[in-house]
Design a protein around this ligand. Structure first.
Ligand code: PLP
Length: 374
């Protein structure tokens, strides 16, 4: 299989699995227990907390582990009354914001330009500083890879004392993410996007940031999040974070070169292909292309039959014929949005795989276009 769907999820690296293994078997203690087995589990969590904190330039005690990026996003928005966000957020933020609206909160959705980027001035203009108790924005889009100019927004929000949540689930471990440089008060992370296990993530909570618990129960995490910790998952997250930090610069260059090779090869071999998102401000491994006169599902299936895994729009929207809300928000016409394919490269991908996709896709597109009714 050629796996070009790393924005959906990633394989667990062997080093990560190795680090997790003892905590699935012999080191099974409950981190809240005071005996030796419990203390061993607690110590492992503390190491992982430090490893995740370093990845984002935070202190260890500002990292709260969660069940993933979705919980971290929901937690950040929980209990807010006046929120400013954007039209290109992940559903974890969009749906949480809509739920707040249904409960009577005010929510503003700021629009993006045709390249999917936010204008910092437009975001700041949309904020009613007397009322706003959260601005929540995505750093790198999961569908297009477009990276937003959040540091510019964050510095103004800090001056104005408005809490700032950043969904950095796709950005973290792929481009440098630093909570100080971004001016973040809250920041969401997820392990399975960086070759860690599924079902574990984190919310960075700057010292002094107001946050109400989402989970009530025992007094875990100083009463902020009840529930016995997913020790092995957290250990795996820490190990994955360390590897990403070590390899960030080299991997960024490697994946950018592979992504550019894929884009150039496909655009040279296939007519009527449109690049979605910002070319200048994009995650290293992400490429989103629309193929005119074809539905992305047909391309996905054609590639799947050749053992190549890609995605159309976001994973959550896959299987439904609804064009991506992100592409529609960028002003892309629905038909073109329906032909969008996301290639997301990562660990284990190489130039031979890219060349194979460049060889396999043009005949698939030609065949589908020959059958196309529009
Ligand atoms: C930008 C973004 N935010 C949040 C999430 C949700 O993360 P998780 O799958 O860990 O719940 C995802 C996952 O696709 C994502 O891409």
């Amino acid at each position: 299989m050629i796996y070009f769907d790393h924005n959906a999820t990633t394989p667990i690296r062997p080093e990560v699995l190795h680090a997790m293994e003892p905590y699935q078997t012999r080191a099974f203690g409950n981190p809240s227990s005071i005996h030796a087995a419990g203390r061993q589990a607690r110590a492992a969590i503390d190491v992982a907390r430090a490893q995740v904190a370093v990845l984002i330039g935070a202190s260890s005690d500002e990292v709260q582990f969660t069940s993933g990026g979705t919980e971290a996003d929901n937690w950040a928005l929980h209990g807010r009354h006046c929120v400013t966000t954007s039209t290109v957020e992940h559903p974890a933020v969009l749906r949480a914001a809509e739920a707040l609206q249904q409960g009577g909160a005010r929510v503003q959705f700021v629009a993006v330009g045709p390249d999917g980027r936010l204008d910092p001035a437009a975001v700041l203009d949309a904020i009613d500083s007397d009322e706003t108790d959260l601005v929540s924005l995505i750093l790198a889009n999961n569908e297009t890879g477009t990276v937003q100019p959040l540091a510019e927004i964050g510095s103004v929000l800090r001056q104005r004392g408005i809490p700032f949540h950043i969904d950095a689930v796709q950005a973290c471990g792929k481009i440098p993410v630093d909570v100080e440089m971004l001016g973040a008060d809250l920041l969401s992370l997820s392990a399975h996007k960086i070759n860690g296990p599924k079902g574990v993530g984190a919310l960075y909570v700057r010292h002094g940031t107001a946050l109400s618990p989402l989970m009530h129960g025992g007094g875990h995490a100083q009463g902020l999040r009840a529930g016995t910790e997913n020790v092995a998952g957290i250990v795996g997250f820490g190990a994955a974070a360390t590897l990403r930090l070590q390899e960030l610069a080299a991997d960024g260059l490697r994946l950018t070169a592979l992504r550019d090779r894929l884009r150039a090869g496909l655009m040279a071999a296939i007519e009527d292909v449109v690049l979605n998102g910002s070319q200048a401000h994009c995650l290293p491994g992400t490429l989103n292309l629309s193929f005119r006169r074809i539905e992305s599902e047909s391309i996905l299936l054609g590639l799947d039959m050749e053992g190549i895994a890609v995605s159309g729009g976001s994973a959550c929207a896959a299987g439904s014929a609804v064009p991506s809300h992100v592409l529609l928000a960028m002003g892309i016409e629905p038909r073109l949005a329906s032909g969008a394919v996301r290639f997301s490269l990562g660990y284990g991908n190489d130039a031979d795989q890219v060349d194979r996709v460049i060889a396999v896709l043009p005949p698939i597109v030609a065949r589908l276009r020959a059958l196309s009714v529009y």
